[in-house]
Every structure is written in C-alpha cells, then in structure tokens.
Design a binder for this molecule. Structure first.
Ligand SMILES: Cc1cc2nc3c(=O)[nH]c(=O)nc-3n(C[C@H](O)[C@H](O)[C@H](O)COP(=O)(O)OP(=O)(O)OC[C@H]3O[C@@H](n4cnc5c(N)ncnc54)[C@H](O)[C@@H]3O)c2cc1C
Length: 399
C-alpha cells in the first residue's frame, strides 16, 4: 500500500509496531495471481533474488489417500503454466520494508499505533508509542489501517465479527531434511484438521497445522503438533527424516468478518478487512489486491480533496464485488474438507477430470475468476462425477 501511494506521488509515513525482520505464522506460498502486482510494485526481482521456491500447484490428500498433484492451468495466451512463490515471511516482509524505505517512504519501526486523531468526525492522524515508550502523533489527510488481524481500527470501532461455531488454531514451524516428492504445496486433510507443507527454498520447508481449538485439550503445543503431524501416514513419510529447526508458533481465531469503517479519513486493507480460514492460502494476494483497489480510491479522494465515508465506501463495494466469489468458494471448501465422504468424493472427481481440477486450482491461485467455479453446476460436478469433453471445454471458456 505504501509503495503504491508513493509511486502515485504521495507523501507516505509507515508505522509498524515490529522491528524487522520479524516472523509470522503463515503458509508462505503466494498465489501466482500476485506476481503481476509484485512486478508492478517493482519488487518481484528482489524477491526472486532471495532464491525462493517456485511451486507448480497443489498436491492434495484426503484422509490418507495418495496425494493428487494438480498444476496451475496454462495461460490461454502464452500456453505457459504459472507458478507460486514460496518464501519465508521473515525474509519477505523485511524485504518489503527495505523496498518501501528505499522508495522514500518514511518508515517508523517499533511505533505502535494506539488511537486516531479526529477532525470534524473524520480520522486525521494517529497517536501511539515508540520503542522507548515515548508518545508520538502523526497528522495526515488519510490513514490506511493495514494492521492485520489485530488492527487498531477493529478494536477502536468494534468492527470484528467472530463466526459462530468452533475456533480454529494454526501451528507453524520450519523444518529441514523433509522429503517432498515434487514442487507442490502438499495439503493433507485428515482428523483433527489439515496441514500445508511446502518447500520455501534453501533446503527449508514450512509445516503448518490447522485444527479445532478443542482438539488441543491440555496437551503441550509442541507435543500436540508432532503427534498430529506424524499420525497421518502420508505426512509421516514426508517428515520422517526431517527436523524442526525452530519453536512452534501459533495463532488463534482464524476466521472473522469486518464491518466497514464508520467514518471518513480511514481505509482498511489486507487482513484488517477480514480473514477466511487459510486452507486456500491466498491472504497475501488478497492483501496486495485490496491495496491496489484502495490506491485507486485514495487517488480519486485526493483529486477531489474528499475522504468522506461516502467517497471511500466505493472501495468497500469494489472489494465485495471482486472477492465475494472467492470467500464463498473458501467457505464451500471448508465445509467439504471437514466432511470425509464429500472430501473423498471431490478427490475422485478431481482425479478423473484434469480440467475440473486445474480450474479449481486456477481460481484458488487467483489466475482464474471465481465465477468459473462458484456455481451450482461446478459444485455438482465436484460432488457427482466427471465432465464430458465438450462440457470441459465450455467450463474452461467460462460457459
Ligand atoms: C496459519 C495461516 C496460514 C496462512 N497461509 C497463507 C499462505 O500460504 N499464503 C497466503 O497468501 N496467505 C496465508 N495466510 C494469510 C496471510 O498471512 C495474511 O493474509 C497476510 O499476512 C495479511 O497481510 P496484512 O499485511 O494484511 O497483515 P499482516 O501481515 O498481519 O501485517 C500487519 C502488520 O501490522 C503491524 N501492526 C499491527 N498492529 C499495529 C499497530 N497497532 N501499530 C503498528 N503496527 C501494527 C504488524 O506488526 C504487522 O507487521 C495465512 C494465515 C495464517 C494464519
């Protein structure tokens, strides 16, 4: 967001409470749909210089079945298949910050924003504490809250809506010596949850486990993490000779929705706008894309010297329009994976129909529009069987 606004010629100050490099619980693979955004921001080459892994798709195992590898679909224009970046957040986020700094953005690390300054009912700046516990304040025309799942706006304006039902918890750690048969993100669905295992380059793999909070019982985090990982025979094969190289980190309350900001002068991007369970692993893309959409609306706001709630609400509408289908798909997949017979049936459909499988992975990878799969017809095909030749072509062409 900071880079986007800087490139449009605006004066940007960025406050982050953290000191970089800092780590983060994340699956660490970035949808291929993010590549063009990263390129446009001028950071793709610098990311490639970190020698990240490039993954060719997703390999899924349903309740200990053999993994089904599904490649991202080839682009119609070039015929080439996109890949997804897989890179540790510890490196990626520090690199982003460096790029932002060298572009001329004023960066304030270890500056925790705790409140907003208001002018005539509109946000007109922030206040907070720096690393020495000294108070600071910054006045500005517009505040972008990109503070993630614990963003200050969510607390200040009570914007967070936690879903009813069970709370999920995610655990993650990097490993070395893991045996990954191919360049896929390996998703293993089984009880009491699912894992995502992918190489992140330089001989390391990231192993993320997501379960219902209740499954943890009173067990110690690291004991629980290893026990659940190893009790799945497919994962066991992958991890048997591997070694965890850092403490297990965790994050709770994986899904929440967010109400729109109640006043002008404030715009929310990234996880601050809501979060869906990370099974489809696309939060980084959604954050980058939401910042792009916000950039356009902010630019228009500057042109008209108007950051009223009315003007900024265009952004909320655009986001809903663009991401609504993806969120629905994610919810459908969530429901399917926790239901063993359905999950097995979907796997059968995907295994017997490459077009169906690649279309689904293309949508998850943000290279095909969600409308391709968010339909009763597609859902029926997933659950009920295979597509015939002509229908397959129709589906791929958006019929
Ligand atoms: C288990 C798990 C697995 C995931 N796997 C993937 C995946 O494989 N691929 C993918 O694309 N996405 C994945 N995600 C989602 C992804 O991590 C997020 O969507 C993404 O990081 C959101 O980016 P963001 O910039 O909005 O927020 P964040 O990355 O959370 O950044 C927010 C920043 O704001 C700072 N901050 C917060 N509050 C304040 C404050 N008050 N003052 C100052 N600074 C503040 C924080 O220090 C932080 O640096 C996963 C998430 C989870 C939980």
């Amino acid at each position: 967001m900071a880079l986007d606004l800087n490139r449009r010629g605006y004066d940007v100050a960025l406050c982050d409470q953290a000191k970089f490099p800092r780590d983060k619980v994340c699956g660490e693979f970035i949808s291929p749909g993010a590549d063009p955004i990263l390129e446009q921001l001028g950071v793709l080459n610098a990311i490639e210089a970190l020698t990240p892994k490039r993954l060719k798709g997703v390999a899924i195992s349903s309740y200990e079945s053999a993994e089904l590898g599904i490649d991202y679909p080839a682009a119609t224009e070039t015929g080439s298949r996109p890949t997804s970046l897989s890179v540790p957040r510890y490196q990626l986020d520090a690199l982003f910050l460096k790029q932002v700094q060298s572009a001329g953005v004023k960066v304030f690390e270890q500056h925790k924003v705790t409140d907003f300054i208001f002018n005539e009912g509109c946000v007109a700046g922030v206040t907070g504490w720096d690393e020495n516990k000294t108070a600071f304040s910054l006045s500005c025309k517009l505040v972008v809250d990109a503070g993630g799942r614990n963003a200050v706006s969510l607390k200040k304006f009570s914007l967070k809506r936690e879903p009813s039902g069970s709370t999920k918890i995610a655990f993650s750690a990097h490993w070395q010596g893991v045996h990954l048969p191919d360049d896929y993100c390996y998703m293993h669905v089984s009880r009491p949850g699912y894992t995502g295992i992918s190489s992140v380059g330089n001989g390391r793999a990231n192993v993320v486990l997501v379960v219902d909070r209740s499954a943890l019982g009173g067990e110690k985090t690291e004991v629980f993490y290893h026990r659940v990982l190893m009790k799945n025979s497919r994962r066991n094969e992958i991890l048997l000779d591997g070694e965890r190289v850092e403490p297990v980190r965790s994050v709770e309350s994986l899904a929440f929705a967010v109400k729109p900001a109640p006043c002008g002068g404030l715009i929310l991007v990234g996880d601050a706008t809501g979060f869906i369970d990370p099974f489809t692993g696309e939060g980084i893309y959604l954050s980058l894309r939401s910042a792009q959409l916000a950039g356009e609306v902010i630019h228009a706001g500057f042109k008209g010297s108007n950051f009223s709630r009315n003007v900024l609400s265009v952004y909320d509408q655009q986001r809903r329009q663009e991401f609504g289908g993806k969120f629905l798909l994610s919810r459908i997949l969530q429901w399917l994976i926790y239901n063993r017979p359905f999950c097995n049936r979907v796997m059968k459909s995907l295994a017997s129909n490459r077009v169906l499988a690649e279309t689904l992975v293309g949508v998850i990878g943000d290279i095909l529009p969600a409308e391709k799969v968010v339909s009763m017809r597609f859902l029926f095909q997933l659950l009920a069987g295979t597509l015939k030749g002509k229908e397959a072509v129709k589906l791929r062409e958006g019929g």
